[in-house]
Structure formats: C-alpha cells, structure tokens
Write a protein that binds this ligand. Structure first.
Ligand code: PAF
Length: 278
C-alpha cells in the first residue's frame, strides 16, 4: 500500500492516474469492520482505492470529544494493507488546511436546525471543509460513506450537487456487531458495562420499526421509545426522531419514506444510529 503524507505529492501521483476508476473512503481512523466494508466495496467497484485517515479537529464541537477520540494508526495501516487497499492519504492538519487546496462551503442553515446539526453546532461546517478539500486532492469517481451517519451522507450529497463535483456518492448499510450495536470508532472507548447496555440502542430502533408497521402514530412511537430511554439509568437521551428519509423534515403522511434516528449518551459517550422504517 502506498502511503502519502503530503498533499502535493498525492495530487501529483493522482494526476498521472488516467483512464482508471478511482474510489475513495475518507475516515478519521480507529478503523472497524464498518470502514473495512466500505473499502472492500470500493475495491470491488473501482480500479484503485484511496483511504484517508484524518482526525478533523474542525468538526468536533466539543474539545473533550476530540481528546477522547481513539487513535491507532499502526493498527489501521495493517488492517488496510490486509484487505488490499491501494493507497492511504495520512495528512497532518497543515497538509489539509494550509495547502494550496481551498475548501468549499455550502448553505447548511436547514441542516443546522435539526438533529446532528442542531445538537453539534459547527460540526457539519467542519465536515464539509475537510471533505471538500479531500475530494479536490483525491478527485475520486466514487466516494463511500456509511449510513450510520445518515445526515452526514445527505449533506455530502448536497455538497456534490451544489458544487458540481463529478463524484458519485455511494451510501452503504451500517455494519453491526452480532448484538446489533452499530460499528463505531467510539465503541472502543465504552466501558465493559456500557458495551453490555449499548445494544439497547438498536433494540429501540427495531421496536420503533415494529410499532410503525403495526400502524402506531409517530407521536405514540416517539413517546414510547423516549420513555424507555429515560427509564435506563446509564443512558441520557439527546434525541429520538422519526423523519422523512430524503430531507429529514417532519413526517406529514404515511406515504413518505421514513427513517428513525437516535442519539444518546451512554456513560458520557455519544452514540448515534438509525433505521429505515419504510
Ligand atoms: O465520517 C467521518 O469519519 C468523518 O466525518 C469524515 C467523513 C471522514 C470527514 O472528516
């Protein structure tokens, strides 16, 4: 696997790659099966796959969260090599933000008034800055994102449309532990006790789906699930919502494609997940 640390070297190498399809999986490291699944899909669908590892400080609205964010680059490199990744871009902060490549911005007003955008002010601005720079450096034909970060996928789709990048955004299903817990780099910092409770998150989503299909109203489902979360002493609710699957607006009719989204703190660690209801 090639490893690039410098933006200019990466751009130079990439410019020489002509007439081949390029896949790209941007990550913040602490890789797990969810990331590796994205890389494997990209390897199948493209001639050459880049992965980036960059813990982007601009998207952490909470400094403590950034400090706690797990890092294990040596292990990440071995994992990427073991599945045949072609190249890793492993830049420093300066290589991303003080290079010749400028970030793009999009209007995030609507996204910032709901769910992750509302709870984590500045988060999506940070994501867009890093992703737009990475896209300009790697210039992929396809970029792969996990649907666990549902709102992030929608915002990156908007970035590509608004800025006219010739990139296909491929959204991939959430990979789960056997007990249902969505794979996340943050799982690595859960205490053993918290790990035992964590599968409840997916169980609440499954229950919401079952209730939805048995004809219960959105209000009734929300009230039931929120009550159950509040009854669990290790969990603190951030939000539980049922929304339109395309733009995450409030549901107006049962004809809409619908998604349930949850964010909780489990012993102080923030975890998110979602499930498509229809
Ligand atoms: O999902 C992530 O890991 C990050 O938000 C991303 C897309 C790599 C941007 O920093």
């Amino acid at each position: 696997m090639l490893i690039f640390k410098k933006t200019n070297e990466t751009i130079e190498f990439r410019r020489q790659q002509m007439n081949i399809s390029i896949g790209f999986v941007p990550t913040m490291g602490a890789l797990h099966e969810g990331h590796l699944n994205l890389v494997k899909i990209s390897l199948k669908e493209n001639d050459f796959t880049y992965v980036s590892i960059f813990v982007n400080p601009l998207q952490f609205n909470d400094k403590k969260d950034l400090e706690k964010y797990p890092k294990n680059t040596d292990r990440d490199i071995k994992l990427l090599e073991s599945i045949g990744t072609n190249a890793l871009f492993l830049p420093s902060f300066e290589e991303v933000y003080n290079s010749s490549v400028q970030y793009d911005e999009i209007n995030l007003d609507d996204w910032n008034s709901i769910l992750e955008g509302q709870k984590r002010q500045g988060h999506f601005e940070g994501v867009i800055k890093a992703v737009s720079i990475l896209f300009k450096i790697i210039m992929p034909h396809r970029a792969y994102f996990g649907l666990k970060d549902y709102q992030q996928v929608k915002i990156i789709e908007q970035l590509v449309i608004d800025k006219g990048y010739p990139i296909e955004i491929v959204s991939c299903s959430t990979v789960r532990e056997q007990d249902g817990l969505a794979m996340s780099s943050r799982n690595a910092v859960l205490s053993p006790d918290a790990k035992k409770s964590a599968p409840k998150i997916y169980q609440w989503l499954l229950k919401a789906k079952k209730m939805y299909h048995s004809g219960r109203s959105v209000e009734e489902i929300k009230a039931t699930i929120i009550r159950e979360i509040n009854d669990e002493k290790h969990f603190q609710l951030d939000y539980f919502e049922i929304r339109d699957a395309h733009d995450l607006s409030e549901i107006k009719s049962r004809e809409q494609k619908t998604v349930a989204l949850i964010a909780v703190f489990l012993d102080g660690i923030r975890l998110i997940d979602n499930i498509e209801l229809t």
